[in-house]
Write a protein of this length. Structure first.
Ligand code: HEM
Length: 413
């Protein structure tokens, strides 16, 4: 039986759980079938959208398909606002502080940190704890300037905030929602206290004209930003906190999933290992973005509609989406659409790279940290692939959580 035959034969009250389960366990064949046979699939909890053009339209028409689901998780943050003055100001200001001129030195920092971790690991490492969480946290500490707590604490705060914001919605299957809410409440409290201390110290340095560094936090603190209706320091704290939460688990998940894809594709791995030695990383990076096309950080993004809307207009699958619908654009399905990605099942490191993919989102809410993530992810993997005798010791393990927890790899020490 096909997925849709099984779906149709299931009582309506159980259809969502069935479809959602497939997204966790066999996402690619399921979303491929949806795109081919029923590109808009309604369930009692949410509507799945699988056609490339409809995915784009859902993310482009932010007046209707809003980021309201983020609102209860992060309230006044730029990510939970659509096309408002606050979203425009905050994303513009923070993007300017994340100066793209810094990207080569961020890549160099990532390279040094990854190499150091590998050199001291004696031929075997849990890539999640030892690399894909550890190295982004070093970027958060060194480049962003959020050196406010031990690494384990930064990891814990970032983990729970990410879990709640992205994986604790009605369309997520969560064993214990209250446990997540309790942990995120505690993490937020501790994070706010630590950021308040940092801000007090930096503000004192600004006021007394003490020399400051050039981290992103230093840049934010040295700048006066008009924040009508909000205390400026509160604005600064919120957006500084967003840097930690935006960076660690996203980078970790993307890096470890792309690494696992490469390690499990011997031909691609061998070619990527050769490209890892090239001075210009562009060719190498193509292997990483292509690996991520097979296993992106999430097979979907999510929005909630605030008006009735016809999706797939003029196509055989045209569907009326009522106001108030949770809509999940299946970016995995879009990135395997044979019209846009010829022979989508073939691993081709020369195809679209970062354009035409959804690795960093699309449209108004496209990732603010995409240039930073754009070097963290491939450079960690490049350093790993430079080791001889690279092998997977045990498969990628989520330990029942929505984010990767463990990936044991080894090499010739
Ligand atoms: C490296 C530091 C990062 C920072 C500071 C950051 C921050 C952000 C922010 C603030 C947004 C919301 C933008 C808006 O609403 O206009 C965003 C969106 C997004 N980010 Fe990042 N991010 C980072 C890394 C990453 C990485 C590594 C990935 C995955 C590979 C990623 C994937 C995304 C996606 C998919 C969205 C769109 C979410 C949506 O449309 O609902 N980000 N990021």
């Amino acid at each position: 039986m096909t997925y849709l035959e099984r779906f149709d034969a299931t009582p309506e009250s159980e259809q969502f759980a069935l479809a959602r389960g497939w997204l966790d366990t066999e996402a690619l064949p399921f979303v491929n079938e949806l795109r081919e046979k029923r590109p808009i699939l309604k369930t009692s909890v949410c509507t799945f959208v699988a056609n490339f053009d409809d995915v784009i339209e859902t993310l482009r028409v932010h007046q209707v398909f809003t980021v309201e689901p983020y609102y209860e998780k992060m309230k006044p943050y730029l990510m939970s606002e659509d096309d408002t003055p606050v979203h425009f100001r905050d994303k513009s200001a923070m993007s300017a502080f994340l100066d793209r001129g810094d990207i080569p030195r961020i890549r160099a920092l990532v390279g040094q940190e990854t190499k150091a971790a590998l050199d001291t690991a004696n031929g075997q490492i849990d890539a999640v704890a030892g690399l894909t969480r550890h190295v982004p946290i070093r970027v958060v500490q060194e480049y962003f300037g959020l050196d406010i707590a031990p690494e384990a604490k930064l990891a814990e705060w970032s983990f729970w905030n990410q879990y709640d914001a992205f994986h604790n919605h009605p369309w997520d299957i969560v064993a214990d929602r209250q446990m997540v809410l309790d942990n995120v409440a505690r993490s937020k409290k501790e994070l706010v206290a630590a950021i308040a201390m940092l801000l007090a110290k930096k503000e004192a340095m600004v006021l007394t004209h003490l020399p400051m560094g050039d981290t992103v936090v230093d840049r934010v603190m040295k700048t006066h930003i008009e924040t009508p209706g909000q205390f400026e320091l509160q604005w600064k704290g919120l957006n500084i906190g967003g840097l930690l939460i935006g960076t660690v688990e996203t980078s970790s998940q993307a890096t470890v999933q792309a690494l696992a894809q490469l390690i499990n594709r011997p031909d691609a791995l061998q070619a990527a290992q050769q490209a890892a030695n090239y001075e210009d990383p562009t060719i190498f990076d193509g292997y990483v973005w292509e690996a991520l096309r097979f296993d992106p950080i999430s097979p979907y993004l999510f929005r909630r509609s605030n008006a009735d809307y016809t999706l797939g207009a003029g196509r055989p699958w045209q569907t009326q989406i009522p106001a108030g619908t949770a809509v999940l654009p299946l970016v995995l399905a879009a990135m395997h659409d044979p019209v846009r990605f010829p022979n989508p099942e073939v691993f081709d490191p020369t195809r679209s790279q970062l354009t035409n993919t959804f690795h960093f989102g699309y449209g108004l809410h496209e990732c603010m940290g995409r240039y930073v993530g754009g070097v963290i992810i491939p450079e960690i993997i490049r350093q790993v692939l430079l080791r001889d005798g690279l092998k997977q010791i045990s498969p990628l393990d989520f330990d029942g959580k929505p984010l990767p927890e463990k990936y044991m790899i080894g090499w010739d020490a």
